[in-house]
Design a protein around this ligand. Structure first.
Ligand SMILES: [Zn+2]
Length: 398
């Protein structure tokens, strides 16, 4: 089994377009062969703070306990844990100033295992002013002897709940949350302990216990143990923010027509509430594009049925897929330029380039804003899932 990235799901937002553009969450795409023989893992391990892995310290708000290497309780105060010269150094910080209260306590150990103490979560972050709360336990280690890696050992159920909450705005209706719950559960059936799950750039957004809102907990409760099947196999799970008129099949990623009945492009007229349903036109300095992306504008050779570019060619004979170019533009110049994979590059009147796009994310699988639009029209989650994954059915884990 092998789960790997592809990307991108633009988070939708109640804060308007600009804010939404900054809320890029990344969705998982599973490249493994379809396989239904997976037993549900009871616990998952998630590498936290992926975006800030270079930090040599973490900050915690007590209470919490260290259970390994030795049991120790920490009161409701502020702490910093750093790793120096083979020792974890635990420093209690002054409430207001964040200054050390006394010399650090040093522990020599390959890792520290932190458990909850009192509340059901541990409050931890890379920065003093950016603490998040996590269910389960936290394992701190320093594989390179300098930086601290922080892993969350969390039950599959708490993980699914926090991901559904992190990937959905608070206003989304419960049937849309239930549809996402079945998708995240299906994806998690593919994980095994060797998979390196993380919280941002390669997997689903996972922002901790604060996103386990009551309606999300209820949606997961009502769908627990369910999975999405194509025949008797797990459906490969894709979802994105907004398709803006039609989804695409996984042909976008692979360049090959999918043979799977559940992996098809569908027409979607249900995501018009999304700030990304309209076409965005952004200027692009030709010199900048030519320096950082490609020496010239590409020619579109083929498009799919939803009008997304599939194959591109350049005057120098090179080729790439539309998806590859879209990723490179997003990663190099920012996702706000072309939030969706239905994009087009052209020359503008002043000799520079411009880029048009609509939708948000890769456009494959479930359209989240469409899912909320259908839920508002009274569709239940099973019908929503069957709409975006034709011929699929919701099954129950045995
Ligand atoms: Zn849509």
């Amino acid at each position: 089994m092998n789960s790997d990235v592809v990307l991108v799901f633009m988070a939708k937002s109640r804060f308007g377009l600009n804010r939404a553009l900054t809320l890029i969450a990344l969705a998982i795409l599973l490249t493994a062969d379809i396989n239904s023989a997976n037993a549900a893992p009871a616990q998952l391990v998630v590498l936290l703070f992926q975006a800030d892995l270079d930090s040599d310290r973490v900050f915690l708000d007590g209470p919490f306990a260290i259970s390994k290497p030795n049991s120790q309780h920490f009161a409701p105060r502020h702490y910093q844990i750093a790793y120096k010269n083979g020792y974890f150094e635990i420093t209690e910080l002054n409430q207001q100033l964040g200054k050390p209260q006394r010399p650090p306590q040093k522990i020599r150990a390959p890792f520290l295992l932190l458990e909850t103490a009192g509340p059901r979560f541990i409050s931890i972050g890379r920065r003093k002013d950016k603490i998040r709360r996590y269910f389960g336990a936290i394992r701190l280690s320093s594989p390179d002897g300098k930086k601290i890696e922080c892993r969350n050992l969390v039950s599959r159920r708490d993980y699914v709940t926090c991901v559904v909450g992190s990937e959905s705005p608070p206003e989304f209706p419960v049937e849309a949350l239930k549809a996402l719950s079945v998708l995240i559960q299906t994806a998690s059936l593919r994980y095994n302990p060797e998979d390196r799950l993380n919280d941002t750039t390669e997997k689903q957004a996972y922002m901790g216990a604060d996103y386990a809102r009551p309606e999300v907990i209820a949606a997961v409760q009502q769908t627990w143990g369910q999975k999405l099947l194509c025949g008797d196999q797990l459906v490969p799970i894709y979802f994105h923010g907004t398709c803006a008129g039609g989804t695409s099949s996984s042909e976008i990623f692979t360049g090959k027509k999918s043979k799977l009945a559940c992996d098809k492009a569908v027409i979607c007229k249900h995501c018009s509430d999304s700030p990304f349903s309209k076409t965005l036109i952004r200027p692009l300095a030709a010199s900048e594009f030519e320096k950082r992306i490609a020496p010239a504008l590409p020619q579109v050779q083929t498009k799919d049925s939803s009008n997304r570019p599939l194959q591109l060619s350049y005057p120098n004979g090179k080729t790439e897929t539309g998806y590859q170019l879209w990723l490179r533009i997003g990663q190099t110049m920012g996702w706000g330029l072309a939030p969706g994979t239905r994009f087009e590059l052209s020359k503008s009147k002043n000799g520079d380039y411009e880029i048009r796009s609509n939708g948000a994310g890769h456009g494959v699988g479930l359209c989240q804003w469409g899912s909320q639009g259908l839920a508002k029209k009274g569709w239940d989650y099973r019908k929503i899932l069957q709409f975006y994954f034709p011929s699929s059915r919701v099954g129950q884990e045995s």
